[in-house]
Design a protein around this ligand. Structure first.
Ligand code: TEU
Length: 568
């Protein structure tokens, strides 16, 4: 059989540029800042950087609302600096993957401005324009063409007074959805993508790419979804998650953009709501769609009907979910592995224990668990330092459009503001967006100006400078995990086998390849466990890597301890 693709051994690092490093004192991270920190990434040992959007944008959603796909926003720098960054990374053997946001554009993209200009505009059909619901008047509540609830609260439809029609926006109203049914739209996107690859970019992380095909009836109508509890809206996801033409579109994209050069690239499709069965199709190399997908199951286990209704995570659910993805993509396809990103709370605060006693141990335990799974691990900036959720207090502390819109809507619907804030503090995306903590100075080395969102005050203790010198740090542990994946084919390619599926605190599994077996056991809790009794096969096994520095009893697993053992 052919050699496995390079990305089966790779680790990806996500940079959210706004919060990574500022170089010009305006309080917003930029490309000049990333250039200053390239050696941090090289030192960590990652193979790929995924750069969240740096394109021109009104920043309604921090760059996920793009007004020009072919340039760099002056806020972040210039095309020349992007070229420098690509060169600086390539010199160090690191690839650069760009964010591709083509489910929607900004409402200030010239395509949308032209589309909205009149009902007869040649680009009218590039977006989803629809008249009000039959028998209703434009602007009346409930007159929207469908009842869908937007990801960022409110309806997914915005009335354009001038033409009397609504346009679709699954996210913010500043993010109108492109109409992928129109072949001109698709060709324009593919041409843009080819341009970036020709420039030296090494692939794409494709934003909500499983939303580009909408289930539209032959007469052009879109269907209502089931009512959502307590809201005057419905759940439209059945009409746009993995819609009828999604595989056709991704295969066409592959032919038009990646063909002949896919071996050097990495493509990962962000796909909320994707099932294992669908993911097998998306990532089957024979189908030529994408290399891997970001699935959302394991980050959806600690809340009820929405992320704003959090509840405790049950360990069994986590194991059942991740285990099913390991098994489901074992023979065909490939997993991506992540705990957090710019949309999720910080891993150590959500899945670990960020109290002083266990923060370091739980951060390293979680990292061990993730990096020892089969798939490509993604490290989100600051995760390698054990960065934690922010101490947000009042609504004015939040910046994110999703959080602010949700607060306004929930309070307008009669929820108690303090209760809404409790959920925001726990789940807001802003938790992931505080500046990277480089050193112990007041702005944590992020900026000489005023940061666009405050630095977490724990940066005096938790920062890169302190950790780089400390072999027991979260950073040093990440370096070891990444090096282990590079060195040991069992870590990259070994078969996965879940152990102790019903245990409430231990997460244990084996990885096996060509007669070699690693046993990984992680204690995701603050109690001590009799490892020797639970997993007798660990007796006498060689410790390949552990997260606690002082030697303990090999037969006992301590709070938040993780061990990678080689079975004889
Ligand atoms: O996110 C898509 C998505 O569905 C969610 O993660 C969403 O952002 C939200 O957190 C659900 O509660 C992608 C990007 O990663 C995100 O930053 C963008 O805001 C969004 O698409 C729109 O482009």
């Amino acid at each position: 059989p052919a050699d496995p693709p390079w990305w089966t051994r790779a680790v990806v690092y996500q940079v959210y540029p706004r919060s990574f490093q500022d170089s010009d004192g305006d309080g917003i991270g930029d490309l000049g800042g990333i250039l200053q920190r390239v050696d941090h990434l090289a030192d960590l040992g990652v193979d790929v950087v995924w750069l969240s959007p740096i394109y021109p944008s009104p920043q309604a959603d921090n760059g996920y609302d793009i007004s020009d796909y072919t340039d760099v926003d002056p806020l972040f720098g210039s095309l020349a600096q992007l070229d420098q960054l690509i060169a600086a990374l390539h010199e160090r053997g690191v690839k650069l993957v760009m964010d591709l946001v083509v489910n929607h554009t900004s409402d200030q993209h010239p395509w949308f401005e032209e589309s909205r200009a009149s009902r007869t505009s040649p680009k009218r059909d590039w977006y989803w324009w629809r008249p009000p619901r039959a028998g209703m008047t434009a602007g009346q509540p409930g007159a929207e063409p469908t009842n869908w609830h937007s990801y960022f609260s409110g309806p997914t439809w915005q009335l354009d007074e001038a033409s009397g029609e609504y346009y679709l926006h699954l996210f913010a109203r500043e993010q109108p959805d492109l109409n992928w049914e129109n072949p001109e739209v698709r060709q324009a996107v593919y041409a843009m993508m080819r341009g970036w690859l020709d420039r030296g970019v090494d692939g794409f992380r494709m934003d909500v790419i499983n939303m580009i095909s909408k289930d539209v009836a032959p007469d052009g109508s879109l269907r209502d979804g089931p009512a959502l509890p307590g809201l005057p809206y419905g759940d439209g996801t059945a009409s746009f998650l993995c819609g009828p033409r999604i595989h056709e579109f991704l295969q066409e994209m592959h032919r038009e953009v990646f063909a002949g050069r896919s071996d050097r690239l990495l493509t990962v499709g962000e796909m909320p709501g994707v099932t294992v069965e669908q993911a097998r199709l998306f990532t089957d190399p024979a189908r030529a769609e994408v290399d891997m997908v970001f699935q959302f199951e394991h980050v959806g286990l600690d809340f009820d009907e929405s992320k704003w209704r959090p509840r405790p995570l049950r360990m069994r659910d986590l194991k059942a979910s991740l285990g099913r993805w390991q098994a489901g993509l074992a023979d065909v396809g490939w997993n991506s592995l992540y705990w957090d990103n710019h949309d999720q709370p910080r891993a150590v605060s959500r899945f670990g224990d960020d109290s002083p006693r266990y923060r370091r141990d739980s951060a390293t335990c979680l990292a061990t668990l993730l990096h020892l799974h089969r798939g490509t691990p993604y490290v989100y900036q600051g995760e390698e330092l054990g960065m934690a959720n922010a101490p947000f207090d009042r609504i004015d502390d939040f910046r994110d459009v999703e959080s602010l819109n949700h607060f306004a809507q929930a309070v307008a619907h009669g929820e108690d503001p303090e209760t809404v804030l409790v959920a925001l503090r726990r789940m807001s995306r802003d938790n992931a967006r505080t500046p990277v903590q480089w050193d112990a100075s007041p702005s944590a080395g992020f900026t000489t100006g005023t940061p666009w969102i405050p630095v977490n005050p724990d940066s005096t203790e938790w920062n890169a400078e302190a950790q780089r010198a400390d072999p027991a740090s979260v950073f040093a542990h990440h370096k070891r995990l990444i090096a282990l994946r590079h060195a040991d084919p069992v870590v990259a390619l070994g078969d996965f086998g879940m152990l102790l599926p019903d245990h409430d605190e231990l997460y244990a599994f084996t990885r096996s390849l060509d007669g070699a077996t690693l046993l990984v056991v992680c204690n995701l809790g603050a109690s001590t466990h009799p490892l020797g009794e639970l997993l007798p096969e660990t007796a006498g096994a060689e410790l390949v890597l552990g997260n606690l520095t002082d030697d303990g009893d090999p037969a006992v697993l301590r709070p938040w301890e993780a061990r990678v053992l080689r079975l004889a």
